[in-house]
Design a protein around this ligand. Structure first.
Ligand code: GRG
Length: 296
């Protein structure tokens, strides 16, 4: 199957699943509107696809992983909602529409973001069929992988470095640390979650961990390249913000051509990691390739 078709099909499956399950009659109506606005009907849902594709390599049906993949997309959406707030990246647009705080107000931007984070975990923990399939040991491992990726050594720490290093002469190592913590760990996590459900062995987990990190770094580098090459209309958010906000990026120190080469070399390394595994992870390879060739 064509990988773009696979990713788009997964996004539709996910949206339908979220649509059906994100109903909490006792929650405030406006909060639920905002929460649903933040996650349903937008975004590539690439982290979900990474989780589903890894599961598929172990013979796990996509339908059986929708709660986990949906929860992961909710958690990811939380990070975008908070990232768009005036105190952070300050963007009025996301996914081709008003960012959540612009559409629902600043307080709701914070609170619906909080809700997406918490409900993201509840989304798969409250699915009894999923919990039965994975058993408690696997469930705790999944929770640890996700929480580690979001931790002070992961996404939240990376976001702090990203802010602190704005306008400085950050070097390549410091920039790669930001990419790893802020972005790559939460690209790696869905892959590891799919592998845990599939009972991957230690060697496979190590290989997927390495592949996930490299692919995640490629993801952030591509994001930075797109910020300078694509117009806002294509990105669905304000373009050119990295230069405007004096962000520390590889493009900033090496320019576009050299940065593109660094990304391609990381992709080749990621591809090589998968090639030496005994199991076929062809969908993962294709998704990684999509990540470095995408237009938004
Ligand atoms: C973890 C507690 C805690 C806080 C998070 C706000 C924040 C602190 C971190 C922001 C992290 C962030 C926004 C990283 C950027 C990653 C990135 C390039 C996201 C864009 O992802 P896409 O392109 O978006 O997959 P779509 O819209 O397709 O889902």
């Amino acid at each position: 199957m064509d990988i773009i078709q696979y990713i788009n099909e997964n996004a539709i499956l996910l949206d339908n699943h979220l649509e059906q399950r994100l109903i909490f009659p006792e929650a405030p109506t406006r909060l639920m509107e905002a929460l649903r606005y933040g996650v349903i009907g937008g975004g590539k849902k690439i982290r979900a696809s990474l989780c589903l594709a890894t599961g598929e390599a172990y013979g796990i049906k996509r339908e059986d992983l929708l709660s986990l993949a949906g929860g992961i997309e909710m958690i990811h959406s939380f990070s975008l909602v908070h990232d768009d707030l005036p105190e952070m990246d300050n963007d009025d647009y996301r996914r081709g529409k008003y960012s959540l705080h612009k559409a629902f107000g600043g307080a709701m931007g914070i609170l619906a973001g909080d809700a997406l984070l918490v409900e993201g975990f509840r989304f798969f923990l409250s699915d009894s069929q999923f919990c039965k399939m994975v058993n408690n040991t696997k469930l705790i491992r999944i929770l640890k992988v996700l929480l580690d990726a979001l931790s002070v050594e992961g996404m939240v720490g990376g976001q702090v470095l990203d802010i602190d290093l704005e306008g400085t002469d950050a070097d390549e190592d410091q920039i790669m640390d930001i990419y790893r913590m802020k972005t790559a760990r939460f690209i790696q996590a869905p892959i590891l979650c799919g592998a845990i459900v599939g009972s991957a062995n230690k060697k496979e987990l190590n290989d997927l961990e390495r592949f996930g990190l490299l692919t995640g770094q490629c993801f952030q580098i591509k994001d930075d390249l797109l910020d300078v090459t694509q117009p806002s209309g294509v990105l669905g958010k304000t373009a050119g913000k990295d230069i405007e906000q004096k962000k520390a990026t590889l493009v900033g120190i090496y320019g576009m051509n050299e940065t593109q080469k660094i990304m391609e070399s990381l992709f080749r390394e990621a591809e090589a990691v998968l090639k030496q595994t005994s199991r076929s992870f062809s969908l993962l390879r294709e998704i990684a390739h999509f990540i470095i060739t995408r237009h938004h």
